[in-house]
Design a protein around this ligand. Structure first.
Ligand code: OAD
Length: 324
């Protein structure tokens, strides 16, 4: 593996400058953009791991009594204490945010026919709002939500009132199944009583009073908790991620990574799945030491993509006019 990396470094060693980045962007036809929270900070959405990021805020506030701020997005913790996530979710719910120049730059690449796919780790859906269609929301989004028990999926807006009211939503389908189950049990019990009177009791009628009262067909307990379809720690990514990557790795001719600390697998591993011959440009406010991209452009992502576009003679689409 080491010799492969060294061979790659030798082959791409000539790439390092801003002009190389400009040339690559001009000449590449199948670009993968791998983006993270840093492309939405200028929209007013904090990133996760900066000193002013979400995890630092959660740590400082101490409001939620978490052992570790990442617990807020941990599936085991969510199952135990969903009310903690729902008392906080309002803060990250995508409302009243508008795409940044970076989002619009990705749209520009798509319009120019140069975007193979945008793999975003963000759940704010600002890529969609910018009009990007070739986007994979690797960590899901609030656009749908699912029951943890029966897996029924509902449109995201169904649970919006609960998020705003900081309440835990429970599954209507589970509730209906439970009520229907109880109804059937009641009817069977009634029928059994009548049969017994006639001396024709059946086996399935032999359930105890207790089983009948909690609806044993249903299995008892509360209906399932509904969770937004954002990927929590401890949950697997949608299989679409592997399928897309498997296909795209054969086609990609440039990887551009923007606004991510590359700390969370498997998205951070995209770099290793892409052929070593594909050049990589990394655009970020702070350096990330565990990866060695060919070209590293440090600074504010909006300013960098705006500068690159100006040099290329491209115009980033203006923000859409919002009429209130
Ligand atoms: P991080 O907060 O880990 O990293 C964001 C990166 O963006 C940092 O390296 C910042 O320096 C950089 N950054 C911030 N503002 C910027 C700007 N204006 N221009 C350029 N760069 C800027 O966020 P992600 O890498 O996206 O997952 O985090 C990955 C995943 O970790 C998230 O999707 C989330 C989180 O836990 C889940 O919740 C499952």
């Amino acid at each position: 593996a080491l010799s492969r990396v060294l061979r790659r470094r030798k082959r791409l060693a000539h790439l390092s400058s801003l002009q190389d980045a400009i040339n690559l962007l001009r000449d590449s036809k199948r670009i993968i953009i791998l983006s993270g929270a840093g492309i939405s900070t200028s929209c007013g959405i904090p990133d996760f791991r900066s000193s002013t990021g979400l995890y630092a805020q959660l740590q400082d506030e101490g409001e939620y009594e978490l052992d570790d701020p990442q617990q807020m997005f941990d599936i085991r913790y969510f199952r135990e204490r969903p009310e903690v996530f729902y008392s906080f979710a309002k803060q990250i719910y995508p409302s009243n945010f508008f795409p940044s120049p970076c989002h619009r730059w990705i749209k520009l690449l798509e319009d120019r026919g140069q975007l193979l796919r945008n793999y975003t780790q963000n759940i704010d859906t600002l890529e969609n709002l910018a009009g990007v269609t070739k986007v994979l929301q690797c960590h899901g989004s609030f656009s749908t939500a699912s029951c943890l028990r029966c897996k029924t999926r509902v449109p995201g807006p169904t649970i919006e009132p609960y998020i705003m009211a900081q309440k835990v939503p429970y599954c209507g389908t589970c509730r209906e199944t439970r009520d229907r189950g109880l109804e059937i049990r009641r009817a069977r019990k009634e029928a059994a009583k009548k049969s017994k009177l006639k001396g024709k009791a059946k086996e399935w009628d032999s359930g105890s009073e207790e089983e009948d009262s909690d609806g044993s067909e249903w299995g008892g307990g509360e209906p399932g908790i509904i969770k937004p379809d954002i990927t929590f720690f401890g949950q697997a990514l949608d299989s679409e991620f592997d399928q897309c990557l498997f296909k795209d790795r054969e086609e990609v001719d440039l990887l551009v990574i923007i606004g991510t600390s590359l700390k969370v697998a498997p998205v951070s591993e995209v770099l290793t799945h892409i052929p070593h011959s594909v050049p990589q440009i990394f655009i970020n406010l702070t350096p990330v030491h565990h990866v060695q991209p060919d070209i590293c452009l440090l600074g504010d992502a909006d300013s960098i993509v705006t500068y690159l576009s100006t040099q290329l003679g491209w115009t980033i689409p203006p923000p859409s006019v919002v009429v209130h």
